[in-house]
Ligand binder design. Structure first.
Ligand code: GRF
Length: 195
């Protein structure tokens, strides 16, 4: 079985990356994780990748001052060198330029902790609580040039319960992210393999 070569981009803890790595280690999964890359060298997730024998690279955005495209060109070089077919953003906290998004058009997916199109951007859980929503959740989507606006691949709903804070809700949504992301990635891989 031909497997797509997956790169996962992170900025911190990397719990979604871990869920993806575990899924891609299964024989029948249509992708293998070949690279974990972070814009922060202190990202805890890099350590996880290292201990699991996965190539891991830090490309600190701060070294590129305010030249976002130069930072992305450095990442792009690593992605090409590793012959990457598909990229999963997993808690990657940099907004990508149209240049990068065009390079990886149709090969770039992201997880976002809200029921898109509701609450793109930051502070999603507090915004859902402030709005009095009964449900929150998470979405995996193709990345386009907007912020969290690409076509949705799949979503999970999570009930908001009495007494929820942004922290308790975030923790429950995170559990559902770990379930959703590998399944949505699998779906994305099959659609890419068909195209
Ligand atoms: C997740 O909630 C993700 O949806 C959001 O940032 C968080 C990253 O968590 N974009 P982790 O690094 O995957 O643990």
């Amino acid at each position: 079985m031909t497997k797509l070569r997956l790169a996962i981009l992170i900025s911190g803890r990397g719990s979604n990356m871990e869920a993806l790595v575990k899924a891609t280690q299964k024989t029948a999964f249509p992708a293998e994780t070949v690279l974990v890359m972070s814009n922060r060298s202190d990202a805890a997730g890099l350590e996880y990748a290292a201990t699991h024998g996965i190539e891991n690279i830090a490309v600190p955005h701060r070294e590129f001052a305010h030249d976002r495209e130069a930072f992305e060109r450095a990442m792009h070089t690593h992605l090409q060198r590793s012959n990457v077919d598909i990229i999963a953003l997993a808690g990657f906290m940099r907004i990508l330029t149209p240049w990068f998004v065009r390079q990886w058009d149709g090969k770039l997916i992201n997880i976002h902790p809200s029921l898109l199109p509701k609450y793109p951007g930051l502070n999603t859980h507090q915004r859902a609580l402030d709005a009095g929503d009964e449900q929150a959740g998470c979405s995996v989507h193709w990345v386009n040039e907007g912020v969290d606006t690409g076509e949705i691949i799949d979503q999970r709903r999570v009930s908001i319960v009495k007494g929820d804070t942004a922290e308790t809700l975030a923790a429950r949504v995170l559990q559902s992210e770990h379930d959703l992301y590998p399944k949505a990635l699998e779906k994305a891989c099959y659609s890419l393999l068909k195209s």
